[in-house]
Design a protein around this ligand. Structure first.
Ligand code: KG4
Ligand code: ZN
Length: 362
């Protein structure tokens, strides 16, 4: 019997992704269109623009993925598509395409939760058994959970305000890093990581958020505001309105220091609460001793400084750190197809083409 073949479609935010993945963990074909550059120019994601770009690209992206995989609709066993959470206008584009293809090919539809897909991707790459710890850190999300099964997650902590990627993006925006050579094509987080490399992480003081709380929740809005205060003070000191406008050089001496100190504060805060999560998991016996694994994913997990910080906590508590490669940490079609594989094998949420009316975005 041949392995199952699943097509995955992702349009929850600003990436149009599609991929064909088999039940024996092979990525047969994938394609991705990123809207990052356009949204950088607009200073953020504008939902109708995101929808328009998804509509413009999704047909080609699916075709590229299936062409690379050398499969036709007939060969595909099911179509998995992100239905939540995300921007409604964006989600609807992928869901419509997924449903239309299911109708045409008389194939089942598998609705996918975007965050669960992030959390499960590591299982495509390595043998990882449930239950394990998972940290998702991106532009829209920040959560620590126990992955207990394919659709069974126990939430341990989350951000009560901004996600870390959001704090990175807004701080980068305020520093106008997108107007600087190296920052012009990078996401806010990646730009801050780049400039932080030349900076001193202890140059600027940041508070420890939520230190009074013994839970695993985060708050990044405060760090963002403190960064803003440092930036305003530095601008005043140097008599400029924007960092990048300094004559003769596009770098004020303190810009890398601000980036490094802010990044350091974010990492310290992340690590403190991961540590709390590990203590709690041990107390409640949530993770067996022989399965201490922390999977870290989401766009912010691309950051090497973040990964280094988390790896220190993991070492201290006897956890193995598993972080998918960058292209699988950020949004992509492969993770959706893989989540489809996981559900299809176990017959979880597999909707026949005759019942597509029951499927909707949330
Ligand atoms: O997972 P993702 O592609 O999309 C969602 O938000 O779901 O993550 C994008 C986020 C952005 O906020 C971006 O600034 C952040 O991930 N990011 C980074 C890095 N690369 C991307 N943050 C910190 N350091 C990086 N190297
Ligand atoms: Zn994501």
């Amino acid at each position: 019997k041949r392995p199952g073949i699943i097509l995955g479609i992702e349009t929850s935010c600003d990436d149009t992704g599609a991929a064909v993945v088999t039940t024996d963990r092979r990525v047969l074909g994938e394609s991705l269109h990123s809207q990052l550059q356009i949204h950088l120019n607009h200073g953020g994601i504008i939902p109708p623009i995101a929808r328009h770009l998804h509509e413009q690209n999704i047909g080609r992206i699916i075709r590229e993925a299936t062409d690379k995989a050398n499969v036709s609709l007939e060969d595909i066993d099911a179509i998995a598509t992100t239905v939540k959470p995300g921007l409604a206008l964006s989600l609807l584009v992928g869901v419509k395409w997924g449903k239309d293809m299911c109708l045409k090919g008389e194939k089942p539809f598998i609705p996918i939760h975007h965050m669960e897909a992030h959390a499960l991707t590591a299982r495509m790459l390595e043998n990882i058994n449930f239950p394990y710890l998972v940290l998702l850190i991106s532009g829209g999300h920040c959560l620590l959970a126990v992955a207990k099964g394919i659709n069974d997650f126990l939430l341990l902590g989350r951000s009560i305000d901004d996600a870390p990627g959001e704090a990175f993006d807004k701080t980068a925006r305020r520093l106008k890093l997108h107007n600087m050579d190296a920052g012009s094509s990078l996401s806010g987080g990646a730009a801050i990581e780049h400039y932080a490399k030349q900076g001193n992480p202890e140059a600027f003081q940041f508070p420890t958020p939520m230190y009074k709380y013994r839970d695993c929740n985060w708050s990044f809005a405060g760090l963002k505001f403190i960064a803003l205060r440092h930036i305003l003070r530095e601008e005043r000191k140097h008599g400029i309105t924007r960092f990048y406008e300094v004559e003769g050089s596009d770098l004020v001496p303190s810009l890398p220091d601000i980036c490094a100190s802010f990044q350091h504060a974010v990492v310290m805060h992340l690590c403190k609460k991961i540590q709390r999560g590990m203590i709690y998991a041990e107390m409640k016996n949530l993770i067996p001793e022989n399965n201490r694994i922390l999977v870290v994913s989401g766009g912010v997990a691309c950051n090497d400084y973040v990964k280094r910080g988390i790896s220190i906590v993991c070492e201290e508590y006897g956890y193995k750190l598993v972080c998918p490669p960058k292209n699988l940490c950020t949004d992509n079609g492969v993770m959706i197809a893989w989540n489809g594989v996981e559900k299809w094998r176990e017959n979880i949420d597999v909707v026949p083409h005759t019942e597509l009316d029951t499927v909707d975005i949330e």
